[in-house]
Design a protein around this ligand. Structure first.
Ligand code: DGJ
Length: 734
């Protein structure tokens, strides 16, 4: 079989079949159209080894003497005997390329079929290299035998280039999601396991290998993301011969997937990008893929609408829902320029705190004698859309739904808890509804569907506040089926209500992945509205997810989750580079502070088109206490246009007396720009706290003019920013 070569946006993927199976022999820099005879890549055979070269297969397998982590694990059960066909020998039987242009909106795609007829196993792999260089890979295994096959794992992996010597992955917890950790690649396996039944606060949104010291804007990087919201593993596997594979798989429970004859299992998609210019190049590949989706929310995709300014009332009122207070909040929000008003948790039957009510998706008459109409009418009359919080996958034991249907509550036992079956431990006093049960699924669908029919709801904040522990259906592990059933719930509700946007929230940012983002329009990155924490959370979330899909709110002056106090400008500049909103009792914002907030909202509205369609730039600033990030337009700006909007962020005190010059990358080299520091401005309430300097740098008060090349190479001297303060720089093209 001839080799396959997929090429797009500076990336090549070459697959050879010379060893009888599919082997990715290169995933990395574009090689140009002409390939040499690939037999030159035949490896030496070391002493004390198998008498053949060992391919690093698209599905690495022990039958080729791959002694690293195999892609496929499982066994056949026949006539009561299990453990059969434990080692399959997959051989390529078909490989075809779909050329660019043949698949609308896609780059280059290939389909590869490999089979072991004796073992009765066939695996079809589909690979698409999208226009921006993002690779999408998934496998489907089919049991072609005549007895059941228990699937333990089917992994999607790719080889990284020989320059890769370091790993970067992300981890976190509630209120501190997606923080980076790094280590060098050594022999052995580095595995990140998620057993939360949901994506998890600690899930590694990106799992990357790269050249020594790779950074935001330098170095070679090979990065993967597993698009799955259930149990999973991501790993880098370096075997004794020095080769490294990175990838991931769904983590299946005991006997969770048993393939009856003729049935199949498809892996979650592995998304993968290569960059020779650091992590920013990886983000570009992901952003380009997101923005090319026909259902993407943005003007960039055509037809979308600007991302509206949000007021979410959670930290303003929590469970204390009163119509008069909420209407006052709507008044205040409209006056500020808010465009979407979101009523959070607390509106449904019996929900006065987090102990009761989940599952009873009926508006509580005691609180809302006329339903939600008076509030929604007031919100709409003030020119805002209305959004509503729901948590459809959950149930409290103290709810009519749980009382009527104890058999819908998930536990490890086959018996309902009313009949003596054990439940998983409660978490925030809540349990999970068994969406694998068709009646339960239908009930939940009907409840949310009828709310969306009855009320003018433009937006759902779809929350999910617990891990799926000991998660079973009819006594058998079922996170896999539950995840698919939850996806189906999103999909069917979207189909029935195509105009309604959905936010994925999960105790903050515990469900952020491309599986959920395929069916939602925004993520809530974290329950932490502390701007200092948010700087890191948003920066690393933004590695994969573009800012138009990342909710960021200006929280109260003193953060409810950390008790830190920040000036308005720091909070607003932090929220600016995302989907901007507020989560604060804005009635209390008065006088100069209110004017400043209004100006920030106007700034967001003026620049959201750029922020939500441009290229994200994250500078590698060697000084540990400063961060610099910004957005430049996707194409060269015309004279007079905004050619870049950046934030300089001080996270702590600096080591040196003054920060010195900082290079500003990402602008068009030959383009002259005028640069101004526009926020906070002299006269703003918090301007006085922003700096400690007896004299500002020469350019700060009146701006400067320089080319993109000068700014990137020489930079500008930075003012002495106080810790936990920030500055917005605007670059106008001359
Ligand atoms: C967790 C979410 O992350 C919060 O924003 C809020 O919606 C609460 N749940 C409500 O219970």
């Amino acid at each position: 079989m001839d080799p396959l070569h997929l090429r797009s946006a500076g990336t090549s993927l070459v697959m050879s079949f010379d060893n009888g199976e599919a082997e990715v022999i290169h995933w990395g820099a574009d090689l140009g159209a002409a390939l040499p005879d690939l037999s030159i890549l035949g490896e030496p055979i070391p002493p004390s080894s198998v008498d053949a070269t060992v391919p690093a297969g698209l599905l690495p397998q022990a039958s080729s003497s791959w002694r690293g982590r195999p892609a496929l694990r499982g066994h056949r059960i026949s006539d009561g005997v299990s453990g059969l066909d434990f080692s399959v020998r997959l051989r390529a039987v078909k490989a075809s390329v779909v050329a660019t242009g043949d698949v609308p909106g896609k780059g280059t795609s290939a389909v590869v079929v490999q089979a072991d007829e004796e073992a009765g196993i066939t695996v079809e792999s589909s690979l698409t290299l999208h226009d921006g260089g993002l690779l999408e890979l998934r496998h489907t295994v089919t049991n072609t035998g005549s007895s059941p096959f228990q699937l333990d794992e089917l992994a999607t992996v790719l080889p990284v280039g020989p320059d890769a010597v370091e790993l970067l992955d992300l981890t976190g917890r509630w209120c501190r999601e997606r923080h980076p950790q790094r280590r060098s690649i050594q022999q052995g396996t580095w595995v990140r396991t998620g057993r939360h039944g949901r994506t998890g606060h600690d899930s590694s949104l990106l799992f990357a290998a790269g050249s020594a010291g790779f950074g935001n804007r330098h170095g070679k990087v090979w990065a993967t993301h597993l698009a799955w919201s259930g149990n999973h593993e991501q790993f880098a596997d370096t075997i004794a011969d020095g080769r490294t594979m990175i990838g991931g798989s769904e983590l299946l429970g005991s006997a969770e997937v048993i393939l009856e004859p003729g049935t199949s299992y498809t892996t979650p998609a592995l998304f993968a990008a290569y960059s020779d210019r650091g992590l920013d190049g990886i983000s570009e590949a992901f952003y380009s893929w997101f923005r090319a989706r026909p259902h993407h929310v943005l003007p960039a995709a055509g037809g979308g609408k600007p991302r509206p300014v949000v007021l979410n009332v959670w930290e303003a009122v929590y469970f204390d829902h009163r119509l008069d207070t909420l209407i006052e909040l709507a008044d205040s929000a409209a006056d500020l320029g808010v465009e979407r008003f979101v009523l959070d948790d607390g509106w449904f039957l019996g929900r006065r705190n987090d102990q009761a009510g989940l599952g009873d998706w009926y508006v509580d008459d005691a609180l809302w004698p006329d339903g939600l109409h008076p509030l929604i009418d007031a919100v709409n009359a003030r020119g805002m859309e209305f959004g509503l919080w729901v948590e459809p996958e959950m149930v409290n034991l103290d709810s009519d739904t749980a009382r009527a249907h104890p058999e819908w509550i998930v536990g490890p036992a086959s018996l309902s808890y009313k009949d003596g079956g054990r439940l998983a431990l409660p978490w925030r006093s809540q349990h999970i509804i068994d969406l694998v049960n068709p009646d339960a699924w239908q009930f939940i669908f009907d409840r949310i569907d009828s709310l969306l029919r009855e009320y003018k709801i433009s937006y759902l904040k779809w929350d999910q506040n617990r891990d799926l522990t000991e998660h079973g259906h009819a006594g058998r592990a079922s996170v896999h089926e539950q995840t698919l059933a939850a996806y189906r719930l999103f999909d069917e509700l979207r189909k029935a209500h195509p105009g309604v946007e959905i936010e994925s929230c999960s105790s903050g940012g515990a469900r952020v992945d491309l599986g959920i983002l395929e069916r939602t329009d925004r993520i809530w990155a974290s329950d932490c509205n502390d701007a200092l924490e948010r700087q890191t959370i948003q920066r690393w979330t933004g590695l994969v997810v573009p800012p138009e899909l990342v909710g960021g709110h200006v929280g109260p002056t003193t953060s409810h989750t950390t008790a830190r106090t920040h000036d308005l400008s720091f909070r607003a500049i932090t929220a600016l580079f995302g989907h901007f909103g507020m989560e604060w009792d804005v009635r209390e914002v008065q006088g100069p502070e209110r004017e400043e907030l209004q100006r920030f909202i106007a700034l967001y509205k003026e620049h959201r088109g750029l922020i939500h369609s441009g290229t994200m730039i994250r500078a590698d600033v060697p000084k540990g206490s400063l961060m610099l990030h910004g957005v430049v337009p996707a194409s060269s700006p015309e004279p007079g246009e905004t050619g870049g909007l950046f934030a300089v962020v001080s996270t702590g005190t600096g080591f040196a007396e003054q920060p010195g010059r900082i290079a500003i990358p990402g602008l068009v080299p030959e383009q002259p720009y005028r640069v101004e520091a526009i926020f906070p401005a002299p006269g703003d309430a918090d301007y006085g706290h922003t700096f400690t300097q007896t004299q500002p740098p020469a350019w700060l008060n009146s701006g400067a003019e320089a080319t993109g090349r000068f700014l990137a190479e020489v930079g500008l001297p930075m003012p002495i920013l106080n810790p936990e303060h920030a500055l917005v720089l605007k670059f106008t093209s001359l």
